[in-house]
Design a protein around this ligand. Structure first.
Ligand SMILES: [Zn+2]
Ligand SMILES: [Zn+2]
Length: 137
């Protein structure tokens, strides 16, 4: 299940839709299915990381999930496909992201609590959450 959040700028009317949650039918997947999936667009570095971990660990689980981040430095929003690799209880890898706008490192954001962000177009602070939709896979 996923949520879609719509943010609208009250000043310039720019809007941005963001996703959080599982957009794919199976969110717990095997290494092979993730690497071979046509839906999941992996960054080449993530792909290399998973491939090399799979050589030494044979029971890997991979979770793919969309998460929304609000940059703590420039307050702009983005959604990212977070890939987490587990070996039993042990977390071996999770994708890290940098803000596309200012290159600061992104930390997890609780989107439910975020009421506003900075509009990527006009940079006003009147970029507000207007709609939340539930999406069923
Ligand atoms: Zn930023
Ligand atoms: Zn704007």
């Amino acid at each position: 299940m996923a949520h879609s959040y719509l943010f609208n700028c009250r000043r310039c009317k720019h809007s941005q839709q963001l996703y959080e949650g599982w957009r794919f039918m199976e969110h717990d997947q095997t290494v092979e299915s993730v690497l071979n999936s046509t839906q999941i667009k992996l960054h080449y570095k993530t792909r290399e990381k998973i491939t090399s971990l799979a050589k030494t660990h044979h029971q890997l689980q991979v979770k793919t999930e969309y998460k929304i981040y609000r940059c703590q430095t420039c307050l702009q929003l983005s959604d990212k496909l977070v890939v987490t690799v587990w070996n039993g209880e042990q977390r071996l890898h999770q994708t890290q992201f940098k803000c596309a706008n200012c290159r600061a490192r992104l930390k997890h954001t609780n989107i439910h609590r975020v009421k506003f962000a900075i509009c990527p177009k006009c940079k006003s602070k009147q970029f507000e959450k207007s709609k939340v939709l539930m999406l069923w896979n």
